[in-house]
Design a protein around this ligand. Structure first.
Ligand SMILES: [Zn+2]
Length: 627
């Protein structure tokens, strides 16, 4: 599952008081002062991917200026032993036609092995992971449905990097990069003399400028912290499409770590110039820089006030990623001569977050997160209370006493649950359906998407460039993180913030009736009539739920084209987007139940005498996802 939003480390989260708990946090890099040891929970390198949208300025600001703390943890975590003896390796066994815990275990230990290096899109580890999937479905005999008759559909993933020494001068006086101004891209912007105009305050519609007033100019916006939780461009920005560039006065609100993120190269999908119109260049600037742009004091400016002029030269380089980023696509043809031209799609994502330079102490991080951040990266803002820290210290001490030789250093985001679990479950479903003597009437389309963690890129590409006619896909069933969800896992929170915990038959459903009431009913009916007896939790599907799960995995890319979807997940947990998301912590019987249910639903839908009826409005495929 992809991150909810840009997660910024708070300044207060940066430094762990020395001496308090230096044994519990990640190992410091050689030579680093102990005080610099950080609970490195936040996946810094995934953050940059969210900066490719035109919303960047506001996304950054939204996160940076967010106020208030996350809801308090409710029920105490269940008894927790982070150590699973002798389970870090598993000898693979031959898989069977059925969807079984043993098969899933064999597959997941392969797919989330350290040798896959975290399967980050565009890296060798992801190539290995996708090769495993392709070789498995080739063995099963699925029909290739990627590019050029093969199983792979390669997406045009590229890296955009800011060139050194961007310049920005006002009336001939140079501003200092990353002190006075921060370029947010996405594209190069060079203009020797761009006029400046004040655009008002972001989010304040009482004072705006017209597109005509903004035309060809650098529009400078003030900010109002109370309105900063916007995640997409505000109306103000959309109203000035002719602006040459936009600058938001907010640099003082951005923590230094965020500036580091912004400087990093970031990946994007290069759909070509015609498909991807140029976006307005954006900047974040300091108050001091803004003050130099206008003759009058900032506080007194009204929208439309002309400023001085600027000379700007900001350039980016664009290079393809090192290794191909690949969707894996295969088909089991339907048995009905007419209906086989239609497809029930089943999906998961093959990528995860990769590995990183800074190793951590696996077990201490796992204990700490379980106590302090029960939803893993989604709780990235939470800090330990003194009581929690004492508990973590005590649990770690007990753990070290029990397993004195267990210290392990870890730097790989294995993504066993996210989304190794979905990926291998889709493999098991393929093997099961392929073993049926009479295949379902409609064809089954299996897609393992790449680049989900970088912003649903593989599923976006596949649905924009489907290898079967898009309208022939009658439903999509997506699985992302289906291997956890037990009583000790905090799987999410209700819309009002109450923590939810799992159970042996626990399953979250998201979006199952958002386009097709019938599909949602079928999911319930199959679960009931065929005695899967999973306990469905719809609380994460609530309209306006802050976790925004409907928009956070690949199913949405199908839904935006009006294809009915259901998203199946056992939910969040304290290993979410952590190096501790490993196969020894997976609940294989639980995962097998999910797989059998989804397989049954897919076959049921594939055998219907009609497509699931779409009875809700279709979204704008190019619009913003709203849950
Ligand atoms: Zn994820």
């Amino acid at each position: 599952m992809a991150h909810a939003r840009v997660r910024l480390p708070r300044a207060s989260a940066r430094v762990v008081p020395h001496g308090l708990n230096d044994h519990i946090f990640p190992f410091p890099p050689p030579g680093a002062p102990p005080g610099a040891i950080t609970p490195r929970i936040i996946r810094q390198r995934t953050v940059h991917t969210y900066l490719t949208h035109s919303a960047v300025a506001l996304a950054l600001l939204g996160a940076a200026c967010a106020r208030g703390s996350a809801p308090a943890t409710g029920a105490a975590p269940a008894a927790f032993d982070p150590y699973v003896p002798a389970a870090r390796v598993h000898a693979p066994q031959p898989t069977t036609a059925d969807i079984t815990p043993a098969d899933l275990r064999t597959r997941l230990y392969i797919f989330s092995d350290d040798s896959m290096m975290g399967r980050e899109a565009g890296t060798l580890g992801n190539v290995k992971g996708t090769s495993y999937i392709a070789s498995e479905i080739q063995k099963m005999g699925l029909v290739p449905a990627g590019d050029d008759g093969g199983y792979f559909q390669t997406i045009p993933l590229k890296t955009r990097a800011l060139k050194d020494n961007p310049t920005f001068a006002v009336n001939g006086a140079a501003l200092t990069p990353f002190t006075d101004f921060v370029p947010l891209g996405p594209d190069s912007f060079t203009n020797p003399s761009v006029p400046i105009v004040f655009g008002g305050t972001v989010g304040d519609s009482s004072q705006t400028i017209t597109d005509d007033q903004a035309k060809g100019k650098l529009v400078v916006y003030a900010t109002n912290a109370a309105r900063m939780r916007l995640r997409r461009p505000g109306g103000a920005m959309r109203e000035v499409p002719s602006a040459a560039a936009i600058a938001v006065i907010a640099l003082e609100d951005i923590p230094p770590q965020t500036l580091a993120f912004v400087k990093r190269p970031r990946e994007f999908l290069d759909a070509g110039a015609s498909a991807d119109p140029a976006q307005t260049p954006q900047f974040i600037i300091s108050k001091a820089a803004a003050a130099r742009m206008f003759d009058a004091p900032l506080d007194g400016l009204t929208a439309g006030t002309a400023g001085r002029s600027a000379a700007v030269d900001v350039e980016y380089t664009v290079t393809p990623v090192a290794d191909p980023a690949r969707n894996v696509v295969g088909i089991i043809p339907g048995s009905d001569p007419a209906l086989k031209a239609e497809y029930v799609a089943i999906g998961a994502h093959n990528d995860h977050l990769g590995d990183h330079a800074r190793p951590v102490d696996h077990d201490s991080l796992r204990i700490w997160n379980h106590i302090v951040r029960p939803e893993g990266a989604d709780d990235g803002r939470k800090q330990a209370t003194p009581e929690q820290q004492a508990q973590a210290n005590a649990e770690l001490a007990a753990f070290r006493a029990k397993y004195p030789h267990s210290m392990r250093v870890d730097s790989i985001d294995n993504g066993a649950d996210d989304d190794g679990s979905g990926s291998v479950t889709v493999l098991e479903i393929a093997q099961k359906i392929q073993s049926m003597k009479v295949k379902p009437k409609r064809s089954i389309l299996f897609v393992w998407h790449v680049g989900e963690e970088k912003g649903l890129l593989g599923s976006r590409w596949f649905t924009d460039h489907p290898t079967v006619p898009r309208d022939s896909i009658v439903a999509q069933l997506n699985m992302d993180m289906v291997g956890r969800g037990d009583a000790g896992d905090e799987t999410g929170r209700t819309k009002d913030g109450t923590p939810i915990h799992g159970s042996p038959n626990y399953l979250q459903l998201v979006g199952s009736r958002r386009l097709s009431t019938e599909l949602g009913n079928i999911v319930e009916q199959v679960n009931r009539d065929d005695h899967h007896d999973m306990q469905f939790d719809y609380s994460l599907d609530a309209d306006g739920h802050p976790s925004n799960i409907y928009c956070r995995s690949d199913h949405y890319e199908y839904a935006r084209y009006g294809i009915p979807i259901t998203f199946f997940t056992t939910g969040l947990h304290s290993d979410y987007h952590q190096v501790t998301d490993e196969p020894e912590y997976i609940d294989y019987p639980h995962m097998a139940k999910v797989g059998n249910l989804v397989e049954d639903i897919a076959v049921h839908v594939a055998d219907l005498d009609h497509r699931p009826v779409v009875d809700h409005p279709k979204p704008d495929p190019n619009g913003v996802c709203r849950q």
